[in-house]
Design a protein. Structure first.
Length: 249
């Protein structure tokens, strides 16, 4: 089931109930933030037509990180003319995808396999092509604090933990922080709906994920848009505070 809705003027959410990706309009020009699952490519033209756009209208794809559920249609948009950006610490895994390590190693994932929610989530991801990570060569890289010369001019906020290069993108004009998987508002294993870190075995470094809440808390944005879950409209500082509380629960 395709999800398409307008979150705020010039900010559109696309994807499925499992995975979000976004388009930001700036003077009629478009930046995609993340790119969903590979399986979304089959509906891409039709989905964009629903908001009066075409793949050729997307000038840039700014990836929050290199996981396959965030890079899926990036190569399609790149072929249509878009520039692709990723944090320098995830460029290698974008070019050569492979299993995650650290706290997200396959061994740690085994602990979750008894949960029905694990199979529902990863079954949906697999049906969407998430098991077939797309290799993307030639991406441009950014660092923490960089303001990217793309529509909307987002500022990169490096928030490692989920992956080494995991970043959030702050678009000042719409007051929106695109969190990627540094935060979610829907836990794909427990179903809990509030700002929180992704489940521990999904993150390469849970310690880094916890530390990265400090950087998220400093961002002056009312709207937080995660890779998984509904928009959060009570500000990035409050989202980070609630995520900390969840860790103590």
């Amino acid at each position: 089931m395709t999800v398409i809705d307008t979150i705020s003027p010039g900010v559109h959410r696309l994807g499925s109930p499992l995975v979000n990706w976004y388009l930001v309009e700036d003077g009629g020009r478009l930046t995609a933030v993340d790119a969903g699952l590979p399986g979304f490519a089959g509906d891409l033209d039709a989905d964009l037509r629903r908001i009066g756009k075409r793949p050729e209208d997307v000038e840039a794809v700014v990836l929050t990180h290199s996981d396959s559920d965030h890079t899926g249609v990036a190569s399609v948009l790149k072929d249509a003319g878009a520039r692709v950006f990723i944090h320098e610490d995830d460029d290698q895994t974008l070019r050569k995808p492979g299993p995650k390590g650290g706290d997200a190693s396959p061994l740690h994932m085994l602990r979750l396999m008894w949960r029905p929610a694990f199979w529902r989530f990863f079954g949906g991801m697999t049906r969407g092509g998430g098991a077939r990570a797309t290799k993307i060569e030639g991406a441009e890289t950014y660092r923490d604090g960089d303001v990217l010369d793309v529509p909307g001019r987002p500022r990169a906020v490096h928030v490692p933990g989920h992956t080494p290069g995991q970043s959030a993108l702050h678009f000042a004009a719409p007051g929106a922080l695109f969190a990627g998987d540094s935060l979610c508002t829907w836990n794909p294993l427990s179903g809990e709906r509030r700002p929180q870190l992704m489940p521990g075995p999904f993150n390469e470094s849970n310690a880094d994920s916890r530390r990265s809440l400090d950087a998220l808390e400093r961002v002056d944005a009312e709207l937080v848009l995660p890779g998984h879950g509904e928009p959060w409209r009570e500000g990035a500082p409050e989202a980070a505070r609630i995520a900390r509380e969840a860790l103590r629960a």
